[in-house]
Design a protein around this ligand. Structure first.
Ligand code: NAI
Length: 247
């Protein structure tokens, strides 16, 4: 069977659940050897590993706080030892700590910027020397439509996601000549644990504003990540693809 990611090694951060989990599973199905970056090894992580292996895939989980520069560099070297190369990086780990700007605490601001934005810098900084040596690589960062348009109550989150777009465009410019591509995905309203805790009326409001009249599935975002990770997108770099049902 022709697989889109055969012979490639991919790191997916925040792979324990949601969009990251769907991406890790899809990449493995397409022949990618997957390094799952997780906060802890829970049942969902163990299940994912078992299922990927049962389907003949290769996967390993690494416990790492993506916001820690030191941990990220150590884990990246471990991935290199275990897999021998790194072809794909998906910066997907993310959190929200919503509050109106004037009520936002310094801790809420720092937390979200560190986990969402600094983590992407950490991983790009750690993997790019290896990709440069290989003269190829695809870096994908999970931004958000909120990073393009802003959103009341999410100054920290929106700023972190806008930062990821600028980081992506800069990475594409700095590393383009070395065969490394960088792109961002800006999902709209996706049905995951992150959005499950929103009040029902907020969810209903979102869905009303989406021309396709439904939230997206994590797998629908993972499909776009697959395109960007694979050689199908070999001349696509510095772009942000919105996955929003036309919201
Ligand atoms: P989720 O909350 O289900 O998953 C996020 C993952 O990141 C979790 O597995 C969590 O353990 C991990 N994570 C959090 N902090 C971490 C850290 N310091 N180090 C390593 N891992 C960490 O969220 P979901 O919905 O799957 O979102 C994935 C990405 O997509 C996030 O970056 C999110 O901001 C973005 N996104 C999600 C949207 C949605 O509607 N669900 C819309 C737009 C963007």
């Amino acid at each position: 069977m022709n697989q889109l990611l055969s012979n490639k090694v991919g790191i997916v951060t925040g792979a324990a659940r949601g969009i990251g989990n769907a991406t890790a599973r899809l990449f493995a199905k397409e022949g990618c050897r997957v390094a799952m970056i997780v906060r802890s090894i829970n049942e969902k992580v163990t299940d994912t590993i078992e299922q990927i292996k049962a389907d003949g895939g290769e996967v390993q989980a690494y416990v790492c706080d993506a916001s820690s520069y030191e941990q990220v560099h150590t884990i990246t070297e471990q991935v290199m030892k275990d897999f021998g190369r790194i072809d794909i990086l998906v910066n997907n780990a993310g959190i929200t700590k919503d509050n109106l700007l004037l009520r936002m605490t310094e801790e809420q601001w720092d937390n979200v910027i560190n986990v969402n934005l600094k983590s992407a810098f950490n991983f790009i900084h750690a993997v790019s020397p290896h990709m440069m040596r290989q003269k190829s690589g695809s870096i994908i960062s999970m931004s958000s439509v909120v990073g393009i348009y802003g959103n009341a109550g999410q100054a920290n989150y929106a700023a972190s996601k806008a930062g990821m777009i600028a980081l992506t465009e800069t990475t594409a410019k700095e590393f383009g000549s070395r065969g490394i591509r960088a792109n961002a995905i800006a999902p709209g309203f996706i049905l995951t644990d992150m959005t499950a805790n929103l009040p029902q009326n907020t969810i209903d409001e979102f869905v009303k504003r989406i021309p396709m009249h439904r939230g997206g599935l994590p797998e629908e975002v993972a499909n776009v990540a697959l395109f960007l990770a694979s050689d199908l997108s070999s001349y696509v770099s510095g772009q942000t693809i919105q996955v929003t049902g036309a919201m």
